[in-house]
Design a binder for this molecule. Sequence first.
Ligand SMILES: C[S@@+](CC[C@H](N)C(=O)[O-])C[C@H]1O[C@@H](n2cnc3c(N)ncnc32)[C@H](O)[C@@H]1O
Length: 364
Amino acid sequence: MVKLIWKNKKDIYSKLEDLKDFPPDFFNSFESHSINSNKERKTINNSKPWMNKLFWGDNLEVLLFLLNNFDEKIDLIYIDPPFFSGTNYQIKIKESDKFYDSIAYYDHWNRDLSSYLQMLYDRIILFNKILSKTGLIFIHSDWHANHYIRLILDEIFGEKRFVNNIIWYYYNKFSAGKKNLPRAHDTILVYSKSNNYTFNQVRIPRKKPQKQLKREMVNGVLKNVKDENGHTIYRIVNDKKMDDVWKIPCMQPASKEWTGFPTQKHHKLLDRIIRLGSNEGDLIADFFCGSGTSLVVAEKLGRRWIGCDISEYSIYLTRNRILDYQNAAEKFYPYEILTNLDTNKSGIIESGFFQKEISIKRKK
Ligand SMILES: C[S@@+](CC[C@H](N)C(=O)[O-])C[C@H]1O[C@@H](n2cnc3c(N)ncnc32)[C@H](O)[C@@H]1O
């Protein structure tokens, strides 16, 4: 087996026994929405009522906390972590008449690839523990580090658990490169926990209807279907089986779903991922949720979810997107926001930050 090595590579497997004692009261809910409303979804099989969970904090701590109760309980994990792009993503904030600049998230790493890989490695080990036996993990990255991430996934999940290398081709992104071809795709690596995983057939619309031979399987061989006069039968198809190259635009400020959060992913991308790898009522998790795209899509598709982000701007946007959806929806799962309250977080909550009317814009 080939293994990736980096400076000071450590694994947390040996520490996991001690970490199992991670305090079960480390994260506490500081806000919850819609308990006992008639719009609430009932949990499948009348089991204990479920509340979706949005964690504000470092996902390593959240993962250790979840090991208490969610070992092999998550049906689908999607993550869109920092890509080792060498940039810190800046935003402009407007709050009443005040304007100020801030950082949405950091992706500079002082150019230290080892610390970036170690950050992902620790988390991927824990993802493997909380993913259910029939679950799938989708890891989003780009040319900066996807070649390393694939080797890490091979090491932790096993190379036999590789399912797909999805190419997200975004044709509408400006590229300034003069000495290379425009970089117009991201990679989403898909791995499973076992060889028996949820995988739904997803069909996507064709640009134009297409005339196709009608075919059927006869004794394991695909044959053209003929009518009683021996003529081949045609049919008109409006959709096609989805393959592993997905042509979906980048989010644009003109979209009504646009939040202003840098690197917000397109909801259509998440719609495909969640439909492909989960069923209604399944539990989806995104530990780098940013503006909450995956969670809003999960909610719309009737999946339960756990989200996490370290940035208050992410929590602000995700909270509002979920509330907006719930206001208009017929049915939804109630949800709570949890954190480990330190002085800084208490100050932010007490200032009423999450209830304020603010607008966030990506700073170019
Ligand atoms: C690429 S963005 C996610 C964008 C998201 N998919 C969307 O559609 O808006 C990466 C996110 O990871 C978060 N993040 C980075 N390190 C983290 C950590 N250790 N724990 C939790 N969140 C983290 C950042 O704050 C940022 O919001």
